[in-house]
Design a protein around this ligand. Structure first.
Ligand code: TRP
Length: 350
């Protein structure tokens, strides 16, 4: 029997959601709701894998968890039809991660580029959690036996690791899985990344060769989802460009990273192809394109910021959404955990 298609994805509550997170991930989360059952998770357990100075401490974590939840809802995710919750409320994530810790190999994790980047030179001083991060991520997905995972380009390697873990579990416990009668010996699906959309990589507004990032020292390098209309418009007008007018064809964007980025943002926000955008603005002055882009950004993003502000002002309401989502997630997770325990041979109260 093939697996039922199900979507799972997660966002870390580490502050400052920006246009890159929105176009690279959240827009796809919203779209997937039309065709799939979706589970969207605020991964607070992942957020604490780096030093306290990076995740900001307990009060920040709580605030950021509510803010990401608000962003999901403001962007158009329906927490009644689908599931929105925070990871730490469902203990199955940690439990399944432990089983997976004994399936995944040190060598696999040692090759993860995100770990190498985040740990930097001082690896001895990185937390064990940071090293283990991709195993917890595999547990997130497979706890719901999700088949499709909308993520940004940078998470591709972690998705491959999730597939390796699922496959090795299915192999290692093959006899036990068949004895339980589960799915022809295939207990976990091999989850696929969904990396789609014209702007899966949004670059800095100050340097078109660097990714837009929450940790860039210059706030002008990014558009935060909480920025108001004036701030958005100002940041677009100040965005770095080059002296040439816009080209009329996509080929003319080569070696012009800043122009390419702005055209990409326009295309993504308007749902048009880059070529189509250039047909309209090519040959014209950058300033008139920037005015149109500023207007488009404000139209699309300012209402989200406004709605987030309204939602965050009522933390009780946000928490009730997370509690309800967690209850529904837990019901699905418990099912997988029981079957996993049977497969591994753990005794539990029936
Ligand atoms: N690692 C992801 C990121 O930083 C967040 C994440 C955690 C995630 N668990 C997940 C994404 C499961 C998809 C599925 O973007």
């Amino acid at each position: 029997m093939p697996f039922v298609e199900r979507v799972f994805s997660g966002v870390q509550p580490t502050g400052n959601l920006h246009l890159g997170n929105y176009l690279g991930a959240i827009v796809n989360f919203v779209k997937m709701q039309e065709t799939h059952n979706c589970i969207y998770c605020v991964v607070d357990m992942h957020a604490i894998t780096q030093g306290i100075d990076v995740w900001g401490g307990p009060a920040e974590l709580t605030r950021n968890t509510r803010e990401v939840t608000a962003a999901f809802i403001a962007a158009g995710i329906d927490p009644k039809k689908h599931i929105v919750f925070n990871q730490s409320q469902v203990s199955g994530h940690a439990e399944l991660a432990w089983i997976f810790n004994c399936v995944a190999r040190m060598g696999w994790l040692g090759r993860m580029t995100q770990f190498k980047e985040k740990a930097g030179k001082d690896r001895e001083n990185a937390s064990v959690g940071l090293f283990d991060y991709p195993v917890l991520m595999a547990a997130d997905i497979l706890l719901y036996r999700a088949t499709h995972v909308p993520v940004g380009e940078d998470q591709k390697q972690h998705l491959e690791l999730s597939r390796d873990i699922a496959q090795k579990f299915n192999n290692d416990f093959g006899d036990s899985i068949r004895a339980q009668g589960a799915n022809d010996g295939l207990f976990f699906p091999l989850p696929e990344p969904l990396i789609t959309g014209p702007a899966t990589r949004v670059m800095s507004l100050r340097d078109g060769t660097k990714k837009m990032s929450k940790s860039d020292a210059s706030d002008n390098s990014r558009i935060n989802l909480t920025d108001d209309a004036d701030t958005i418009a100002q940041k677009i007008r100040k965005a770095k460009t080059d002296p040439e007018p816009l080209p009329s064809e996509e080929k003319g964007l080569e070696a012009r990273p800043e122009a390419d980025n702005l055209v990409g943002i326009f295309a993504a926000l308007s749902g048009r192809a880059k070529a189509d955008v250039l047909r309209e603005f090519g040959g014209g002055q950058f300033s008139s394109f920037k005015n149109a882009l500023a207007e488009l950004c404000v139209t699309k993003l300012a209402p989200i910021a406004g709605e987030m502000k309204r939602l965050v002002a009522d933390p009780g309401h946000i928490d009730s959404i997370l509690n309800d989502g967690s209850d529904r997630a837990r019901a699905l997770a418990d099912e997988t955990m029981k079957l996993s325990k049977d497969i591994v041979g753990f005794i539990y109260r029936r």
